[in-house]
Write a protein that binds this ligand. Structure first.
Ligand SMILES: Nc1ncnc2c1ncn2[C@@H]1O[C@H](COP(=O)(O)OP(=O)(O)OP(=O)(O)O)[C@@H](O)[C@H]1O
Ligand SMILES: [Mg+2]
Length: 122
């Protein structure tokens, strides 16, 4: 199992979400984060004085999938998150040791994503 952790621009989320849903990957988490890449900071002028904004807002997507689905999820994120400008973000792929559905106690790859009809509110 792998966790795909992607730092993206906010605008990229909806198209990524839509396509992941269509492909059978409904399960993910998002959070608002602030961070910096290799540019470190952006110099801005505010009321005549310059200041460096060290961190900028990004959206973090976390999506845990079977090893075989890693490529598809990464490609989907790349497709919608890339504008070609600096600050497009970054994707990390992290090994995941175990996944457990709390409701049932079941574990392993079957708990990750559904490729079938949803059973109701999650
Ligand atoms: N090595 C890292 N560790 C943790 N978070 C990171 C790392 N690199 C980037 N991020 C996160 O990703 C966001 C976007 O990074 P960014 O796209 O600016 O990377 P970059 O390496 O500077 O590439 P670019 O040159 O395209 O801007 C950062 O604001 C930060 O939240
Ligand atoms: Mg950058």
């Amino acid at each position: 199992m792998k966790k795909i952790e992607a730092f993206i621009r906010h605008e990229a989320f909806e198209p990524i979400r839509t396509e992941l849903l269509e492909q059978g990957f409904p399960s993910l988490s998002i959070s608002e984060v602030k961070g910096s890449g290799r540019q470190k900071g952006v110099v801005e002028t505010y009321r005549g004085s310059t200041l460096t904004v060290n961190v900028r807002p990004k959206l973090k997507i976390e999506c845990v999938v079977e090893d075989k689905d890693k490529g598809l999820v990464v490609e989907t994120i790349l497709k919608h998150a890339r504008t070609g400008e600096v600050g497009d973000g970054k994707i990390f792929v992290i090994p995941v040791e175990e996944a457990i559905r709390i409701r049932t106690g079941e574990g392993g790859e079957p708990v990750l994503q559904t490729h079938e009809e949803s059973e109701g509110p999650k």
